[in-house]
Design a protein around this ligand. Sequence first.
Ligand code: MN
Length: 279
Amino acid sequence: MKFAIISDIHSNLEALKATLNDISKRDVDKIICIGDIIAKGTHVKECLDLVRQHCDIVIQGNCDRHFSATHDLTDPFFSEQEKTRIQYNQSRLTMEDREYLSNLPFCFEFYMSGSYVRLFHATPQRDNIPLINLDSIQDKYNMFLPTEKTVTQKIADVVIYGHIHHPYMDRLYNKTLINVGSVGNSFDVIRNDMKDSDILETTRSNYLIIEGKYGSTEYHDDITFQFIRVPYDIDKELKDENLNIEKENHRCELIQGKYRDMSKINAYYTKLGIDINKI
Ligand SMILES: [Mn+2]
């Protein structure tokens, strides 16, 4: 069995089409989306429709939950920018779309070639955490532990998640931690003009293929993890940008691979005693 795992499409239609086209050439049995179909980009409804058409399993991301929910926009908690983001996304969706997004599951789990694999959007506790990639060993270990939101109370052997928008694989305590990266909003937070490579090393679409014996609790068969990067037409995606109220931030992320709110990232690392501009 071969599963393609996609995440963080963020209303980027060209990226999603290029990714689905690449998947279609690889003899994949199922496509699993692990969240954040909408928000940020222009093509909200188009991306949701394509995901619903092509994906066999869809997990809820923080943006799917937040932008499909009904909010009291007179609450001073919402900034003008946040109100506009919510209104833009909801203006592109039907009530049925919003119900679909708000009822998506939190987690999906299965055995594959002996390994217990758990998929969720960000962490087993919640779908939203700061965008970090220098977590402590303890933070990483916690990613494998069950919570009241996981399907079973097993400790996972393999965890596959999204949310941070850049792919990586790590190993600890015989376990494997994988981030699939983002289809439509790939960026890196560790940046330095003197050290950075070509930006296309970052800004292409990212997804993962996992292949092995589905449902098998025995270590008799091989298991494969394959990271794939797909180029897509960024200029074409940005052509309809006049519709999008977040266009400056959005262009910066898609073209330069830079997260829109670096002050949030800087504040997070400062608390850990790390000056992100000096690493
Ligand atoms: Mn996201």
